[in-house]
Design a protein. Structure first.
Length: 66
């Protein structure tokens, strides 16, 4: 299926939830924020949220520093 991730159209396998999508993309689930279709997606809902064709995601990694 096709989704948009950070402005880029990507082909991904069917049947993923948000946690599986992050894993597929090689992203850690720690220190990450996910926006799906212009709404912030709470971390507590990542496992229950199925990725749908034509979804749009913005995924942001937080970086610590001093």
């Amino acid at each position: 299926m096709t989704v948009t991730i950070n402005g880029e159209r990507r082909e991904i396998p069917d049947g993923l939830n948000v946690v599986a999508l992050l894993d597929h993309l090689g992203m850690s689930t720690g220190r990450v924020a996910v926006e799906r279709n212009l709404d912030i997606l709470p971390r507590a809902r990542w496992r229950e949220t199925a990725v749908q064709s034509n979804d749009s995601f913005e995924i942001v990694h937080f970086v610590g520093g001093g």
